[in-house]
Ligand binder design. Structure first.
Ligand SMILES: Cc1ncc(COP(=O)(O)OP(=O)(O)O)c(N)n1
Ligand code: TZP
Ligand code: MG
Length: 506
């Protein structure tokens, strides 16, 4: 028996047209997917003839040829994600429905991204397919990425209200839609995403300053391919979208100001510059847009004084045990207590930590943290939906916010809390973090987006794993079981403190 080698990179199939002028279609897809760490198989639906001025011809590929290619590759190089671009004939639509149905039956995790290309950016229509004929595809599509005009055609609605268009498109069967704002005349471009996730609808909204560049040929294909690449690399949709937007901003800025030549969009790999990342908009950002910054912890990112170890404990006993060990910060994370017990414990914890001058964060219970003037309160993403951040800020206590990926990180950073937490770095037994494990590489990358607010890493950080996490340059390591289940908890604290006394990178 021959053993089939396993691909080191996720395999993405692109089913799109070829643009002989090189900027768009399959060329853009391949360059994008390679620059974002994917292996690519490509299926050319049409050989188009175009240049910088016009679309001259579209030569459709026979479905039989496409099917031969699918048969050759479906078990040899099976896709993690399929990106679909230009489809030009009704036969191709029906062929694609059959292929996607078969591949999805074979792999229920297969993700399909569809960029509904209708007309060429230089002018001219690629096909005469009606929106109706394309809608048979939508129940097989995980993310569809129209611009505003394409969204209006798909939804069969002339409104410019993106929320209505998005709802209309999801009704046709797609799991998620991203309506791109690139064609807007406004100075700020907004991308609107509506997604069905675990039977709930979620909205993700991004905004970026419009980048005027003549080197934008293939930008739309690159957008959908970048989204496909990030999904293939296991990012959640909201993070894949944020990373994609930064990739597009970075590429457009590269040749900004060079005029008069219709150049190909530049695929420059993962964006590492915080300035390329979008603002996160939406209800929470809007609600708190006038909120002042929260009080600081008295340490800055990359400052000389560090926060060091951040134990997160679930009782007064643990607080009493650990406070003499010289901690800068500690958290009381109480769960499932009756109100009067809760209140008593928080009151006593505040008194204990004031005596040792340790920064005490109360998890979840922001009203009690205010009432007893704790040093701060820690809130997660669900807590943010119900807490009153104005009240917390006005009470003069600090705020820490949990984040899981770059979308939540950027949103939380806009709220200007006292610290930001990123987790779970590794699998943990303390809390169900399924689907939210970041890993050290994603932590390192998210840290590039941090401005001046200190960042804490949390989740599955044992002493053995802590060195790699600390080397990322994070400001603090938050741990539960590495202390509370250690054979010698005091020694564990000392070992962590020893590691963190050495500046990251040394
Ligand atoms: C430092 C730190 N980071 C993350 C969390 C988790 O907060 P949250 O997501 O609200 O989950 P619960 O702790 O409330 O279960 C934290 N507590 N501390
Ligand atoms: C509360 C929390 N939030 C994200 S991971 C986590 C648990 C951290 O516990 P441990 O250090 O035992 O993995
Ligand atoms: Mg919470």
């Amino acid at each position: 028996m021959t053993i089939k080698p396993v691909s080191l990179k996720p395999i993405v199939w692109t089913i799109s047209g070829a643009d002989c002028s090189g900027g768009a279609g399959i060329s853009a897809d391949i360059k994008t997917l390679h620059s974002l760490g994917c292996e690519v198989c490509h299926f050319i639906t049409a050989n188009t003839v175009q240049n910088s001025n016009q679309l001259i011809a579209v030569n459709a590929t026979e479905c039989q040829v496409l099917q031969q290619q699918v048969d050759a590759l479906k078990t040899d190089k099976p896709p993690a994600v399929i990106k679909v671009g230009l489809i030009v004939t009704l036969q191709q639509v029906h062929w694609l429905v059959a292929v996607l149905t078969q591949l999805k039956a074979a792999n229920e995790k297969l993700v399909v991204v569809f960029d509904p290309v209708g007309s060429a950016s230089v002018g001219g229509k690629f096909h005469d397919l009606t929106a109706d004929s394309l809608t048979v595809l939508l129940p097989l599509i995980d993310v569809v990425t129209p611009n505003m005009l394409e969204a209006q055609v798909l939804a069969n609605d002339n409104t410019d209200k993106v929320d209505l268009l998005a709802k209309g498109i999801l009704k046709l069967g797609a799991t998620a839609v991203v309506i791109k704002g690139g064609h807007s005349n406004q100075q700020v471009m907004e991308d609107y995403c509506l997604a069905n996730i675990d039977d709930e609808q979620h909205v993700f909204q991004l905004a970026s300053e419009k980048v005027n560049s003549d080197f934008s040929h293939g930008g739309g294909c690159s957008f959908a391919s970048a989204l496909a690449a990030y999904l293939a690399n296991n990012h959640l949709l909201r993070d894949a979208l944020t990373l994609t937007k930064a990739f597009i901003n970075q590429g457009l800025k590269h040749h900004q100001g060079i005029k008069g030549y219709y150049g190909a969009f530049e695929q420059l790999g993962k964006a590492n510059n915080a300035n390329d990342y979008p603002q996160i908009c939406g209800q929470l950002a809007e609600h708190y847009k006038a909120l002042p910054a929260f009080k600081s912890l008295g340490i800055e990112r990359d400052g000389s004084q560090g926060l060091g170890l951040y134990p997160v404990v679930d009782s007064l006993e643990w607080l009493t045990h650990l406070l003499p060990l010289g901690l800068e910060i500690i958290q009381l994370r109480l769960k499932n207590l009756e109100q009067d017990q809760l209140e008593q414990q928080i009151k006593q914890a505040v008194a204990l930590c004031q005596a040792t001058n340790t920064r005490l964060f109360i998890n979840d219970y922001w009203q009690l943290a205010i009432k007893y003037q704790a040093y701060g309160v820690h809130l997660g993403q669900e807590d943010l939906q119900t807490a009153d951040l104005h009240a917390i800020e006005q009470a003069g206590i600090r705020l820490g916010i949990s984040t899981h990926g770059c979308y939540e990180f950027l949103l939380a950073q806009q709220l200007q809390p006292s610290y930001l937490a990123i987790g779970a770095i590794f699998p943990t037994v303390t809390k169900n973090m399924t689907g939210q494990i970041q890993g050290v590489d994603t932590l390192s990358h998210t840290l590039k987006l941090a401005r001046h607010i200190p960042v804490v890493a949390i989740g599955g950080i044992s002493l053995t794993r802590s060195e790699d996490v600390w080397a990322t340059g994070v400001d603090s390591l938050a741990v539960v079981t590495a202390i509370t289940q250690a054979e010698k908890p005091e020694q564990a604290v000392k070992d962590f403190q020893q590691l963190m006394s050495i500046p990251a990178g040394n």
